[in-house]
Design a protein around this ligand. Structure first.
Ligand code: AMP
Length: 280
């Protein structure tokens, strides 16, 4: 695996791959890798000649400075995991390399960015769009792999690619869960034993809510999940939202939309967790 911390040499390596007609599959991450990330990488490796991974904890997508400071960093373990999936190239720049001067680009995602994570984390998606666009410019992947764990992020990236005609195919990947149902996340290692034991309730409650689709309206399902989550003392609920699976907007009747998901964000101790489940 070749490791690049600076942009120029990374670009040179990419153009070498291009000269020999190799296709590039790209997985952007913030490190503290887990099996969820590895699934994206295995798929990218299988579907392309070259697997490129980036690890960059992007400061401008953190609206909460404490969250940025506490974000887990496990570089040695990450390297071992990247070798395990036969990653060809790791791009791991520092903040100065990515932002030699502030990037003040403002993207417009309309209603897509005004709900859920967009409403609770001001500036978050703009920061995501800035970094992902830069990474796409530098690494020019044919395909880029994003997890449905961050479903709204995936929708934002799809919009970014459309708006700017970026020549990359975005590949959505299913959520990878622990055996007990908790969605894998780099942040999970910050949970105490007690918090970790209760965390699978999130998925349990979402699944139970979804199973009641035939008897509950979208509004009632949202209320149900919200009530059940609030019963758990350690959960500090931010939102539960049922939204259509493309525009991510609320709706009144099940047959108003072609597909829907239920989304949740909550604080568990010092850790903010998100999850979502497909309804249909
Ligand atoms: P992150 O390092 O948290 O920025 O995540 C990097 C990529 O991995 C994003 O596309 C995430 O959606 C994806 N990802 C993170 N956790 C999971 C998971 N449990 N299942 C599937 N994809 C995930």
């Amino acid at each position: 695996m070749q490791i690049f911390e600076t942009i120029r040499p990374a670009q040179q390596q990419i153009s070498e791959y291009r000269k020999t007609g190799k296709t590039i599959g790209f997985v952007p991450t913030m490190g503290a890798l887990h099996e969820g990330h590895l699934e994206l990488m295995r798929r990218a490796k299988a579907e392309n000649d070259i697997l490129v991974v980036s690890i960059f904890v992007n400061p401008i997508q953190f609206n909460n400075p404490a969250d940025l400071e506490k974000y887990p960093r496990t570089p040695e373990k990450d390297n071992a995991m990247l070798r395990q999936v036969k990653c060809d190239m790791l791009f791991a720049p520092d903040v100065e390399e990515m932002y030699p001067e502030p990037d003040n680009t403002i993207y417009q995602f309309g209603k897509l960015a005004s709900v859920m994570e967009g409403a609770f984390r001001p500036g978050h998606f703009n920061g995501v769009a800035v970094v992902v666009r830069k990474l796409f410019d530098i690494l020019t992947p044919d395909k880029a792999y994003f997890g449905e764990k961050d479903y709204q992020q995936l929708a934002i990236i799809q919009s970014l690619v459309k708006q700017f005609s970026i020549p990359v195919e975005i590949i959505p990947c299913s959520i990878v869960r622990e055996k007990d149902g908790l969605a894998m996340s780099s942040r999970n290692i910050r949970l105490s034993d007690n918090e970790r034991a209760i965390a699978p309730k999130i998925y349990e409650i979402l699944k139970k809510a979804v199973s009641l689709r035939k008897v509950l309206s979208p509004f009632e399902m949202e209320q149900y999940a919200s009530k059940e989550l609030q019963k758990i003392e350690l959960f500090d609920l931010e939102y539960v939202s049922i939204a259509d699976d493309t525009g991510l907007q609320a709706f009144t009747h099940w047959n108003d939309v072609n597909g829907a998901r239920i989304f949740v964000a909550l604080q568990l101790g010092k850790v903010r967790l998100i999850d979502n489940v497909r309804i249909f």
